[in-house]
Design a protein around this ligand. Structure first.
Ligand code: HEM
Length: 159
Protein backbone atom coordinates (compact mmCIF):
# COMPACT_ATOMS: atom_id res chain seq x y z
CA UNK A 1 0.00 0.00 0.00
CA UNK A 2 2.78 2.45 0.93
CA UNK A 3 4.68 1.77 -2.29
CA UNK A 4 1.51 2.06 -4.38
CA UNK A 5 0.23 5.27 -2.80
CA UNK A 6 3.45 7.11 -1.97
CA UNK A 7 6.11 5.55 -4.14
CA UNK A 8 9.69 5.14 -3.04
CA UNK A 9 11.15 8.61 -3.33
CA UNK A 10 9.68 10.26 -0.23
CA UNK A 11 8.39 9.53 3.27
CA UNK A 12 4.67 9.58 4.17
CA UNK A 13 3.09 12.77 5.47
CA UNK A 14 -0.14 13.38 7.38
CA UNK A 15 -1.80 14.42 4.10
CA UNK A 16 -1.37 10.83 2.89
CA UNK A 17 -3.31 9.36 5.81
CA UNK A 18 -6.77 9.21 4.18
CA UNK A 19 -5.26 7.26 1.27
CA UNK A 20 -3.62 4.65 3.52
CA UNK A 21 -6.52 2.55 4.90
CA UNK A 22 -4.37 -0.48 5.72
CA UNK A 23 -1.94 1.66 7.75
CA UNK A 24 -4.95 3.23 9.47
CA UNK A 25 -6.29 -0.23 10.34
CA UNK A 26 -2.81 -1.25 11.53
CA UNK A 27 -2.70 1.74 13.90
CA UNK A 28 -6.12 0.81 15.31
CA UNK A 29 -5.06 -2.79 15.84
CA UNK A 30 -1.87 -1.64 17.57
CA UNK A 31 -3.98 0.24 20.10
CA UNK A 32 -6.46 -2.64 20.57
CA UNK A 33 -4.19 -5.68 20.68
CA UNK A 34 -2.14 -4.95 23.78
CA UNK A 35 -3.97 -2.15 25.57
CA UNK A 36 -1.33 -0.01 27.29
CA UNK A 37 -3.47 0.67 30.37
CA UNK A 38 -5.79 -2.36 30.50
CA UNK A 39 -8.06 -0.96 33.23
CA UNK A 40 -7.30 2.76 32.89
CA UNK A 41 -7.24 4.85 36.05
CA UNK A 42 -9.67 4.15 38.92
CA UNK A 43 -12.73 6.23 39.72
CA UNK A 44 -14.58 6.54 43.02
CA UNK A 45 -18.38 6.73 43.13
CA UNK A 46 -19.55 9.91 44.88
CA UNK A 47 -22.95 8.48 45.97
CA UNK A 48 -24.86 5.21 46.19
CA UNK A 49 -26.04 4.03 42.78
CA UNK A 50 -27.71 1.08 41.05
CA UNK A 51 -26.56 -0.05 37.61
CA UNK A 52 -28.34 -2.91 35.86
CA UNK A 53 -29.55 -4.21 39.20
CA UNK A 54 -26.13 -4.02 40.86
CA UNK A 55 -25.93 -1.84 43.95
CA UNK A 56 -22.78 0.32 43.91
CA UNK A 57 -22.16 1.90 47.32
CA UNK A 58 -20.72 5.40 47.64
CA UNK A 59 -16.92 5.31 47.70
CA UNK A 60 -16.57 2.18 45.51
CA UNK A 61 -13.49 1.97 43.34
CA UNK A 62 -14.57 1.59 39.70
CA UNK A 63 -12.30 0.45 36.89
CA UNK A 64 -13.00 0.54 33.16
CA UNK A 65 -12.00 -2.86 31.84
CA UNK A 66 -10.83 -1.69 28.42
CA UNK A 67 -8.91 -4.93 27.93
CA UNK A 68 -12.05 -7.07 28.26
CA UNK A 69 -14.09 -4.78 25.99
CA UNK A 70 -11.39 -4.68 23.30
CA UNK A 71 -10.85 -8.46 23.51
CA UNK A 72 -14.51 -9.47 23.40
CA UNK A 73 -14.51 -12.33 20.85
CA UNK A 74 -18.00 -11.43 19.67
CA UNK A 75 -16.78 -8.03 18.49
CA UNK A 76 -13.17 -8.98 17.76
CA UNK A 77 -12.94 -12.62 16.60
CA UNK A 78 -9.62 -14.25 17.61
CA UNK A 79 -8.95 -11.27 19.90
CA UNK A 80 -5.41 -12.35 20.81
CA UNK A 81 -4.40 -12.35 17.13
CA UNK A 82 -2.96 -9.22 15.53
CA UNK A 83 -5.26 -8.65 12.56
CA UNK A 84 -5.43 -5.13 11.12
CA UNK A 85 -7.99 -6.39 8.56
CA UNK A 86 -10.60 -6.52 11.30
CA UNK A 87 -10.87 -2.74 10.96
CA UNK A 88 -11.42 -2.84 7.20
CA UNK A 89 -14.80 -3.19 5.52
CA UNK A 90 -15.25 -5.41 2.47
CA UNK A 91 -14.80 -2.42 0.16
CA UNK A 92 -11.44 -1.68 1.85
CA UNK A 93 -12.62 1.36 3.77
CA UNK A 94 -11.67 1.81 7.43
CA UNK A 95 -14.29 0.79 9.98
CA UNK A 96 -14.79 3.31 12.76
CA UNK A 97 -14.74 1.87 16.28
CA UNK A 98 -15.69 4.25 19.11
CA UNK A 99 -14.71 1.60 21.72
CA UNK A 100 -11.04 2.14 20.85
CA UNK A 101 -11.07 5.47 22.68
CA UNK A 102 -11.33 3.47 25.93
CA UNK A 103 -7.59 2.91 25.59
CA UNK A 104 -7.31 6.52 26.72
CA UNK A 105 -9.88 6.34 29.51
CA UNK A 106 -13.32 7.91 29.46
CA UNK A 107 -15.27 10.96 30.52
CA UNK A 108 -13.95 14.36 31.48
CA UNK A 109 -10.52 13.01 32.53
CA UNK A 110 -9.90 11.19 29.24
CA UNK A 111 -6.26 11.38 28.17
CA UNK A 112 -5.58 14.79 26.56
CA UNK A 113 -2.50 13.29 24.85
CA UNK A 114 -4.57 10.92 22.71
CA UNK A 115 -4.43 13.03 19.54
CA UNK A 116 -0.66 13.34 19.82
CA UNK A 117 -0.44 9.57 20.34
CA UNK A 118 -2.68 8.89 17.34
CA UNK A 119 -0.62 11.17 15.07
CA UNK A 120 2.68 9.78 16.36
CA UNK A 121 1.69 6.15 15.85
CA UNK A 122 0.60 6.91 12.28
CA UNK A 123 3.70 8.83 11.25
CA UNK A 124 6.19 6.49 12.96
CA UNK A 125 4.53 3.29 11.72
CA UNK A 126 4.12 4.50 8.14
CA UNK A 127 7.66 5.96 8.03
CA UNK A 128 9.33 2.81 9.40
CA UNK A 129 7.39 0.56 7.04
CA UNK A 130 8.29 2.85 4.13
CA UNK A 131 12.00 2.30 4.49
CA UNK A 132 12.44 -1.03 6.30
CA UNK A 133 11.31 -4.61 5.78
CA UNK A 134 10.38 -5.74 9.27
CA UNK A 135 10.84 -9.48 9.78
CA UNK A 136 11.36 -11.86 12.68
CA UNK A 137 14.94 -12.44 13.81
CA UNK A 138 16.47 -15.84 12.96
CA UNK A 139 18.39 -18.23 15.17
CA UNK A 140 21.76 -19.80 14.27
CA UNK A 141 19.94 -22.47 12.19
CA UNK A 142 18.09 -19.89 10.16
CA UNK A 143 14.75 -20.55 11.87
CA UNK A 144 12.52 -17.63 12.73
CA UNK A 145 12.46 -16.79 16.44
CA UNK A 146 8.83 -16.41 17.58
CA UNK A 147 7.97 -12.99 18.99
CA UNK A 148 6.43 -13.13 22.44
CA UNK A 149 4.70 -10.12 23.97
CA UNK A 150 5.91 -9.62 27.54
CA UNK A 151 5.66 -7.05 30.28
CA UNK A 152 8.32 -6.67 32.94
CA UNK A 153 9.07 -4.24 35.73
CA UNK A 154 12.20 -2.10 35.56
CA UNK A 155 13.00 0.49 38.25
CA UNK A 156 9.41 0.21 39.45
CA UNK A 157 7.99 0.93 35.97
CA UNK A 158 6.18 -1.56 33.73
CA UNK A 159 8.00 -1.81 30.37
C1 HEM B 1 -0.06 5.30 24.23
C2 HEM B 1 0.00 6.44 24.91
C3 HEM B 1 -0.96 6.86 25.98
C4 HEM B 1 -1.95 6.15 26.58
C5 HEM B 1 -2.40 4.70 26.31
C6 HEM B 1 -2.57 7.01 27.56
C7 HEM B 1 -3.62 6.64 28.37
C8 HEM B 1 -4.14 7.43 29.37
C9 HEM B 1 -5.18 7.01 30.26
C10 HEM B 1 -5.89 5.64 30.27
C11 HEM B 1 -5.44 8.06 31.10
C12 HEM B 1 -6.49 8.08 32.21
C13 HEM B 1 -7.77 8.68 31.65
C14 HEM B 1 -8.94 8.54 32.59
O1 HEM B 1 -8.76 8.72 33.81
O2 HEM B 1 -10.07 8.27 32.13
C15 HEM B 1 -4.55 9.14 30.73
C16 HEM B 1 -4.52 10.37 31.35
C17 HEM B 1 -3.67 11.38 30.98
N1 HEM B 1 -2.80 11.41 29.92
FE1 HEM B 1 -2.41 9.86 28.68
N2 HEM B 1 -1.95 8.24 27.53
C18 HEM B 1 -0.97 8.19 26.58
C19 HEM B 1 -0.14 9.23 26.21
C20 HEM B 1 -0.19 10.50 26.71
C21 HEM B 1 0.57 11.62 26.21
C22 HEM B 1 1.55 11.54 25.02
C23 HEM B 1 0.28 12.70 26.99
C24 HEM B 1 0.77 14.11 26.93
C25 HEM B 1 1.38 14.62 25.88
C26 HEM B 1 -0.69 12.26 27.98
C27 HEM B 1 -1.24 13.04 28.95
C28 HEM B 1 -2.17 12.62 29.88
C29 HEM B 1 -2.66 13.44 30.99
C30 HEM B 1 -2.23 14.88 31.33
C31 HEM B 1 -3.61 12.68 31.67
C32 HEM B 1 -4.43 13.08 32.92
C33 HEM B 1 -5.74 13.70 32.47
C34 HEM B 1 -6.63 14.07 33.65
O3 HEM B 1 -6.60 13.38 34.68
O4 HEM B 1 -7.41 15.03 33.53
N3 HEM B 1 -0.96 10.92 27.77
N4 HEM B 1 -3.79 8.74 29.68
Amino acid sequence: ELDAVIGRDRLPTFDDRPRLPYIEALCKELMRWHVVGPVGLPRSSSKDDVYRGFFIPKGSVILTNAWAILHDPETYPDPEEFKPERFLDEDGSVRDDPALSLVFGAGKRICPGRHLVDATIFIVTSSVLSVFNVTKAKDENGNEIPVKAAVSISSGTAV
